[in-house]
Design a protein around this ligand. Structure first.
Ligand code: PEP
Ligand code: MN
Length: 263
């Protein structure tokens, strides 16, 4: 169902002012985690000012250590909805288990399926049963075929609003947190009609590499970006080292617009 052969025209995911695909580059930005009302509202205002059309923020966090901050859960979802009320931005947030889908859809405009859950087939089916757009992240060690078959689980339930997100993979390389293969963009776009979003934050793990990889993503034809931005990056509770400030983010988008209009 995801194949270009079954549907030659590009799928365009639209929710509120976020448009991803069909020549539109949709920008999603915000902190890794929702931390407080003040933090998420300020982040929302700042990323909107810079040009983002959707706010990201994790309320249920898949953390490597069970002792690390696990997210604000439903309280965090309420704060995301409050930030949407203030700014009008669409809300993108992760759902980690089929049991939470019913709760998360009440607040989210886009359901994020995280890399660690890319092959959680019951979760894929559960988000597929909704009619809320889904951002499906590539598994840490998944092949393109596995990625596409995961998307297929969602499409098969009748939810056609699926975005594929390349967020980097595990390799032998350690200079970056993950290795971000940008060839995924043209490859997936040749193979499928689904829009492709790049996550340069998890893809590199290093804040200074995020703006150049935003530009590179736009240059190779990405339909969207999802970027970790925090009002005070060094104070971010999760993923501080890959998080950029609203000012750096705003400048990165200016540079992306230059790339998009280059030549
Ligand atoms: C995130 O977006 O904060 C996140 C946990 O992403 P991933 O699932 O790609 O690691
Ligand atoms: Mn993160």
């Amino acid at each position: 169902v995801a194949s270009r052969e079954t549907k030659p025209d590009a799928t365009v995911v639209k929710v509120r002012d976020l448009v991803v695909g069909g020549g539109h580059i949709g920008v999603i930005a915000g902190p890794c985690s929702v931390e407080s009302e003040e933090q998420i509202i300020l982040a929302a205002k700042k990323v909107k000012e810079a040009g983002a059309k959707a706010l990201r923020g994790g309320a249920y966090k898949p953390r490597t250590s069970p002792y690390a901050f696990q997210g604000m859960k439903e309280e965090g979802l309420k704060l995301l909805a409050a930030a949407r009320d203030v700014t009008g931005l669409a809300v993108v947030t992760e759902v980690m288990t089929p049991h939470h889908v019913e709760t998360v859809v009440k607040y989210a405009d886009v359901l994020q399926v995280g890399a660690r859950n890319m092959q959680n087939y019951h979760l894929l089916q559960a988000v597929g049963e909704t009619r809320t757009p889904v951002l499906l992240k590539r598994g840490l060690s998944s092949t393109m075929e596995e990625f596409l078959l995961a998307a297929e689980y969602i499409l098969d339930q009748g939810n056609q609003q699926v975005m594929l997100c390349e967020r980097g993979i595990r390799t032998f390389e350690t200079h970056t947190r993950f290795t971000l293969p940008l060839a995924s963009v043209p490859y997936l776009k040749q193979k499928t009609h689904l829009p492709v979003v790049i996550d340069p934050s998890h893809g590199t793990g290093i804040a200074s590499l995020v703006p150049p990889m935003c530009r590179a993503a736009v240059a190779c034809g990405a339909d969207g970006l999802i970027v970790e931005v925090h009002p005070d990056p060094k104070e971010a509770i999760s993923d501080a080292s890959q998080t950029i400030s609203p000012e750096v983010f705003a400048e990165a988008l200016v540079e992306c617009r230059r790339v998009a209009h280059a030549l």
